[in-house]
Design a protein around this ligand. Structure first.
Ligand code: SIN
Length: 312
């Protein structure tokens, strides 16, 4: 409870003290940095994307910053899911039972399933399947643009674990509702919308892309209207039964509320944590509470889907 307002929400049976989650890929190198996000008000965290084997990622430059957002092509660097065990246990020591979700990926459906099963053994509360990274050939997006592949991937991961399974969707599609329904049919307990948008930044003097990978993923303020539109479209579809977590360009309470009114049950924050530091969680929680008090809402659940045609 923040003042008189109840900020608690729920994703797939997991209780969150508030709807703000640390998005995968930002300040999640260590258990300490993730626990620090919780100390500053995050209701839960998502780990960096983990694979069975360690990956170095792409050589620099891997990030290009602009006023309107950020383009990254890290290339999914990670120490491998087993080596990450000590970060999970350090998180637990510092943040207690605050929910932690493991983001996982692989180069085959089997690898995704193995990585998910290993992550469950490390004691995470849920799995976020990253089927949407636009920056690493043969990983991520290759699994996230075809409804058939999404269905097979989600159902393989579901069979490999007993904890809730979230699927993170790409905006690089002409029909995100179709992808969302495929993940739901495969057995996903919840969806995460959206990952970054595939983009490119060229250097006009060298006539080459600035990032070593060529393409990168756009995050930050420029992504927000796309993310809100995706959440709105998914949550407006009467066949959707599972909760959606909104992500993309959230840096203020107003942004978070907009996503929730479009149907999101919780929201993830990434680029704003990098730009403003983890205190952004406190600021957004406070801003949401003030808005709720001003508008006469007592529970944040009243905001979820409030902008959809027939409300929720
Ligand atoms: C990356 O590591 O390149 C970004 C991860 C992602 O977009 O999922």
């Amino acid at each position: 409870m923040e003042g008189q307002t109840d900020l608690s929400t729920e994703i797939a049976g997991i209780e969150l003290a508030n709807p703000l989650m640390l998005a995968s890929g930002i300040m999640d190198e260590t258990g300490h940095s993730m626990a620090n996000a919780v100390r500053h008000g995050a209701g839960s965290v998502v780990t960096k994307s983990l694979s069975m084997e360690p990956r170095e990622g792409h050589p620099n430059p891997v990030v290009y910053e602009m006023d309107i957002g950020m383009i990254n092509a890290m290339g999914l660097p990670n120490p491998g899911v087993e080596a990450y065990a000590e970060e999970i246990s350090s998180f637990r020591k510092k943040a207690g039972d605050t929910p932690i979700f493991a983001s996982i990926f692989g180069s085959s459906i089997d690898e995704y399933a193995h990585a998910a099963s290993k992550a469950e053994q490390l004691g995470v509360d849920g799995i976020e399947i990253n089927g949407s990274c636009p920056n690493a050939k043969g990983l991520g997006l290759q699994f996230g643009q075809s409804p058939g592949v999404i269905g097979d991937l989600v159902s393989a991961v579901r069979s490999a674990v007993t904890i809730p399974v979230l699927f993170k969707l790409t905006p690089v599609t002409d029909d995100i509702v179709k992808l969302a329904l495929a993940a739901q049919e495969g057995g996903a307990h919840a969806l995460v919308a959206i990952n970054t948008m595939k983009v490119i930044k060229l250097d006009i003097r060298t006539k080459r892309p600035i990032l070593t990978n060529g393409f990168g993923g756009l995050s930050g303020p420029a992504l927000k209207p796309i993310g809100v539109r995706c959440v709105y479209e998914i949550c407006s579809d009467e066949r959707m039964e599972i909760p959606v977590i909104g992500v993309g360009g959230i840096s203020t309470a107003e942004d978070a509320i907009e996503y929730m009114m479009a149907g999101a049950s919780a929201v993830q924050i990434g680029t704003a944590v990098r730009w403003q530091g983890p205190s952004v969680f406190e600021e957004i929680n406070e801003g949401i509470s003030s808005f709720m008090e001003e508008m006469g809402y007592s529970s944040i659940k009243e905001l979820i889907g409030a902008a959809l045609e027939d409300g929720e």
